[in-house]
Design a protein around this ligand. Structure first.
Ligand SMILES: O=C(O)[C@@H](O)C(=O)CO
Ligand SMILES: [Mg+2]
Length: 253
């Protein structure tokens, strides 16, 4: 099993280039990030080149983070901004050699929001295809993100099936799935052909994966048995020094 350090949470107190080097030193096989846009792209690229760690993905901008926005792609009155955010994420991703862009839907509901999200995803998939990249959509749990447009894997699967585009896939975050839906292993089996990336964290605190109600040794074995070998994204809040939380990784090396 291979692992990707999500630098939105791990070593989040360091600039991304330093966080990338820390992930390499800790033994991760890949990295991924949330919103790198305030940092220097050439410095991030230099750290990726130096460490030879692949960048698995990044997110589209949230919108106005000070207002708590979490994406724009399902907001019918924000289509121009949403597409700028998609273009920006794809440009950064292509420059950094990333394979995935997570298109964030935002807080919205109803048919108009769904039609808007589908249209923006079609646009994103077209732009991504020309860069050989994949678009991910991720349901967020109803406790952390109440009102977020996508909250279940069933809803995400319906959208992906409706689009029927080879480069639109599901980001299956075991943490969100456990809180909103449960039944993680059966869902992984059923949804495997739609999955583009898998993330994990302890539940319910979103801390290190070896603490909490989920037995990740079991889940990782199940994922391996399904033939999935892409690095799994460690997207948890270390609540202290990241190095102090890596026993789960060290035990597997
Ligand atoms: O699960 C999450 O919160 C992330 O994967 C993300 O991209 C949005 O914050
Ligand atoms: Mg996630």
């Amino acid at each position: 099993m291979k692992f990707s350090a999500n630098l939105g949470f791990l070593w989040a107190d360091r600039p991304l280039p330093e966080a990338i080097r820390a992930a390499k030193a800790a033994g991760f096989d890949a990295v991924e990030c949330h919103w790198p846009y305030q940092e220097s792209l050439p410095d991030i690229k230099a750290a990726l080149d130096e460490t030879q760690l692949p960048l698995l993905g990044l997110n589209t901008r949230r919108g106005d983070a000070t207002k708590g926005e979490m994406g724009l792609s399902a907001l019918p009155d924000r289509q121009g901004e949403a597409r700028d955010a998609i273009d920006e994420a794809l440009d950064w991703g292509a420059a950094l050699g990333a394979c995935n862009v997570h298109v964030m839907a935002g807080f919205a509901e109803g048919e108009e929001a769904e039609a808007c999200f589908l249209e923006n995803l079609r646009y994103a998939a077209r732009q991504a295809a020309s860069k050989d990249m994949t678009i991910l959509i991720e349901p967020l749990n109803v406790y952390d993100a109440p009102g977020y447009f996508l909250s279940t894997t069933a809803q995400a699967a319906e959208i992906i099936n409706q689009l029927n585009l080879p480069n639109v896939k599901l980001m299956f975050d075991c943490y969100h799935v456990q809180l909103s839906e449960g039944d993680i292993c059966n869902r992984l089996s059923r949804l495997m052909r739609l999955i583009g990336h898998i993330q994990f964290a302890g539940v319910p605190a979103r801390g290190r994966p070896d603490q909490g109600e989920i037995n990740y040794d079991y889940i990782f074995s199940h994922i391996a048995s399904l033939g999935y070998s892409t690095p799994l994204g460690a997207e948890y809040k270390p609540m202290g020094h990241t190095e102090d939380t890596l026993g789960w990784l060290v035990r597997r090396q």
